[in-house]
Every structure is written in structure tokens, then in C-alpha cells.
Design a protein around this ligand. Structure first.
Ligand code: ADP
Length: 448
């Protein structure tokens, strides 16, 4: 196995795969190391879509949107804690990344929306299929076609620094064998730390005891490695909980279910929140209900329209039946639940939700067959992480970039501020993955 490359990428999730391809296409010799036997990381779990504004897809559907509006929604969602420059890069490159990914085999041909967005800009595969596996499959295939050196079962354990520059990565294979790969530039794309309960609790004690939706491999390796070579961290306490995770399980119910019109009711069969409020607000509201859980209610129309919803039913997460049967199964009073639905449908008809001021009212819930899934919040996304600049260079504690070190994806912090909008992660990891890959490739050419 060659032990030298222009660019070494650590982690083969959405950010790492994108970086590796972008660097390779810029002419760099790339080695991509992945500690597990599977490609995709948490990206494989991404369901809702990729947020982008001003795309050809939006134009096709007659959806009015702009990078400016996308910027405003993202800043507002992030409570203005976001790094403004990084958000500018995100929104301004969003339309181009949809084209770039589409050219490499991804299907982003449909649009929907998630909480906190004022336009339909969440691009997803036809039929509402999950976005993550689609992108991971397309990029894996691309990387394979381009003959990129991908080493599975190879864990990065240390960044090698010589004087002021990163010159390699020390790795350990599953069988324990260790070796060092010499590199002119290194891209850290190891994902966040959502599956590391200790680290979650360290940075945000309020989340002690929370479950997690994350892939078990997502434990913050990159953050620890970058810190060791003097990298700065940002917003580490900002950890997003996903409001709708199957109660007492790790399976997340995509926000798209609410995007299509599902409502949330408590054990009394009553609504309690604008279902499309931002994730932090919905999470908090659910924890305030009896039993710290709620029920996501949708009808047959939503189940047939959204593949993901159908999938949840097939996986056995939902109870189903007439509204009366549903009420009995969730322990609510049938009359109350019926009244809740009638009132909600009235609001949809009048386009005014006088109770909870829900701004997007997608559809009435109708028919004779309904579904209910018990949900509660769990740790979902770590918004803080390694500090980068708009070139995806890692910034040191002294405020200057660390030469030869780049980072992209969930391992980085600052883009989502205090709250990430659903669909912004897939945009973030691919856009900054591409920037990191291209810049690392260019930088590597300048190194003797
Ligand atoms: P992102 O969304 O930022 O791309 P993902 O969670 O999708 O992040 O992917 C991160 C990937 O990095 C996962 O496949 C994970 O197994 C891998 N990874 C994490 N730590 C290491 C490490 N120390 N060495 C190699 N790969 C790693």
C-alpha cells in the first residue's frame, strides 16, 4: 500500500467522499481512510434533503427563492450565532452543489421544506426517498470509477505536525497494525460527536442521559485530533436534539413527515405547538408534555406520498386504524382527538392557525385510516466543532490557519449557529467538502 499522497482525507461520510472526489478531480493523488467497513457515516441517516436556493429544480417547480432568503432563514434558525461568512458561502454555493452532485449521479429532483424555511428548498430524490443514502451511493460509485484509494477499516489516530505544518496522518488498521501516511495536506471529515454520550455531557451537561440518533462511529475523533495540533473549537455546547425520534429507540422520523402535514398531539390527544417550528423549540415542547413524549399523527395520503412515512409504517413504528382506534391505542379520548383534527383541518382550510400560529399548513388530515408514532427528542447533530474559515482551512488557537490542515462537515462548527435547519447539514457537508478538497489539492501543489 502506498504510504504517501498529496491529500489524505479522514472519514468517508458525505463530506469526506465529496472532498476526496473534488481533490482528485483537481489532480491530486488522494488517499481516503475510513475506520469502519462501511462508507457513509451519519450521512447515510440523512433523510429530509439538501437545502439550496435558486436551483434549476426550484425553477422547474415555479418555486420562488433566493440565496438571500436562504441566508436569512439560516441566520434566524441559528439565532444569529452562526458565522456569517460561512453562511454566505453556504447559500451562494448551494445551487451549484445540486448540479455538481447531480452530474455525479445523485437524484435531487424534488423539493420539499423543513421547519424554519420560507421556501421549498429541500432537494431530495424522486418520491421523497431519503437523501443521504442516495448521495453516498452516487459518490461511492464516482470515487470507485475515479479509482480513488479508499482504505476501509483504517482509523486515523493522530495528525502528524512538523514545525508549523501538517505533514501526515498516523493510522491504525482493524487488526492493530499502525503506519503513517505522508501527506501534503490533510482533510478532517470525521463527522460530529453525537454518539459519544460522555463528550456530549462534557460540552452540554443538560443533555446527560439523552439518547442519540447517530451512527455509533460518530464519537468526535477528529475534534480530539485537531485540538492536539492546536486547532480552535467553536460552539461546542450547541448540540441539536431531533424532536421526533421513535420513543425509546434511535430511529429518527424525518421532519419531512411534518413537512407533508403530520401533526403532533400529546397523550391527551391535543396539539401543543406549531409542528414546523425549529427543532429546539419542538424538542422543548415535547419534553414539557406528559411522559416527555408525543404522537406524530398522519393520514393515508401522507403515507402514500412520502416513501419515508411508508417505511416507518412497514418497520412497525406506527399504530394504525380509524381515528377512534388510534385514540384507543395511544390512550387518548377519542372525542378530544377528533376535535383536535377538526379544528386543525379548519385552520388549514382558513389558512390561519389561531391556536399555534403555524405558518405552513400543508394539508388537511382526512380519510378513514390514520397512523400514530410515539416520538421524543434525542441528540441528533453536534453544531459546534473545529473552527474553519471560508477556505475550509482549520484555524489555530492563535487565530491563524494551520498550514496543510482542512476540515469539512459535521466535524466543523459555526455554520449552524445555535440551531441547524433541517436539510442544511447535507448542503454544508457537500459544499464545504468540495471547497476543502479543491483547496487542499491546490495547496498540495505548492508544497515541495
Ligand atoms: P459528515 O456528515 O461530516 O460527512 P459523517 O458522519 O457522514 O460526517 O461521516 C464521518 C465518517 O468518518 C464516518 O464514516 C466515520 O466512520 C468516519 N470516521 C470517524 N472517525 C474516524 C477516524 N478516526 N478515522 C477514520 N474514519 C473516521
Amino acid at each position: 500500500l502506498p504510504k504517501e499522497a498529496d491529500v489524505v482525507v479522514i472519514g468517508a461520510g458525505g463530506a469526506g467522499l465529496t472532498s476526496a472526489i473534488a481533490a482528485h478531480e483537481k489532480g491530486a493523488k488522494v488517499i481516503l481512510v475510513e475506520k469502519t467497513e462501511l462508507l457513509g457515516g451519519n450521512t447515510n441517516y440523512a433523510t429530509a434533503g439538501l437545502n439550496a436556493a435558486g436551483t434549476k429544480v426550484q425553477e422547474k417547480f415555479g418555486e420562488k427563492d433566493s440565496p438571500e432568503l436562504f441566508y436569512e432563514d439560516t441566520m434566524k434558525g441559528g439565532k444569529n450565532k452562526n458565522n456569517k461568512e460561512l453562511v454566505r458561502v453556504l447559500v451562494n454555493n448551494s445551487s451549484a452543489i445540486v448540479d455538481w452532485l447531480t452530474e455525479r449521479g445523485a437524484d435531487l429532483s424534488e423539493i420539499t421544506s423543513t421547519g424554519g424555511q420560507s421556501a421549498k428548498r429541500t432537494h431530495r430524490p424522486t418520491g421523497g426517498a431519503a437523501v443521504g443514502p442516495n448521495i453516498v451511493a452516487a459518490l461511492s460509485k464516482t470515487a470507485e470509477n475515479e479509482k480513488i484509494d479508499i482504505r476501509k477499516g483504517t482509523k486515523a489516530i493522530e495528525l502528524v505536525k512538523a514545525k508549523d505544518r501538517i505533514v501526515g496522518v498516523k493510522v491504525r488498521e482493524t487488526d492493530g497494525k499502525e503506519y503513517t501516511i505522508k501527506a501534503k495536506a490533510v482533510i478532517v471529515a470525521t463527522g460530529g460527536f453525537g454518539a459519544n454520550a460522555k463528550m456530549v455531557e462534557k460540552y452540554n451537561p443538560k443533555l446527560k442521559g439523552f439518547g442519540s440518533t447517530n451512527n455509533p462511529a460518530i464519537v468526535g475523533d477528529g475534534i480530539v485530533m485537531v485540538e492536539k495540533v492546536g486547532g480552535a473549537l467553536v460552539d461546542m455546547n450547541e448540540i441539536q436534539t431531533h424532536p421526533t425520534v421513535v420513543h425509546n429507540k434511535t430511529n429518527m422520523i424525518t421532519e419531512a413527515v411534518r413537512g407533508e402535514g403530520a401533526i403532533l398531539v400529546n397523550k391527551d390527544g391535543k396539539r401543543f405547538i406549531d409542528e414546523l417550528e425549529t427543532r429546539d423549540v419542538v424538542s422543548k415542547a415535547i419534553l414539557e408534555q406528559k411522559g416527555k413524549s408525543a404522537f406524530l399523527i398522519f393520514d393515508e395520503g401522507i403515507r402514500t406520498k412520502l416513501k419515508a412515512a411508508d417505511g416507518y409504517v412497514k418497520k412497525g413504528f406506527a399504530v394504525e386504524g380509524t381515528l377512534e382506534e388510534i385514540a384507543a391505542k395511544i390512550g387518548a379520548d377519542a372525542k378530544t382527538l377528533e376535535a383536535t383534527l377538526n379544528k386543525y383541518n379548519e385552520a388549514v382550510k382558513n389558512k390561519v392557525d389561531s391556536e399555534f400560529n403555524k405558518k405552513t399548513l400543508p394539508k388537511e388530515l382526512t380519510g378513514t385510516k390514520y397512523y400514530a408514532i410515539e416520538v421524543s427528542p434525542a441528540v441528533h447533530h453536534t453544531m459546534g466543532g473545529v473552527r474553519i474559515n471560508t477556505n475550509a482551512e482549520v484555524i489555530g488557537k492563535n487565530g491563524r490557519p494551520i498550514k496543510g490542515l482542512y476540515a469539512a462537515g459535521e466535524v466543523t462548527g459555526g455554520i449552524h449557529g445555535a440551531n441547524r435547519i433541517g436539510g442544511n447539514a447535507v448542503a454544508d457537508i457537500t459544499i464545504f467538502g468540495k471547497i476543502a478538497g479543491e483547496n487542499a489539492a491546490i495547496f498540495s501543489k505548492s508544497v515541495k
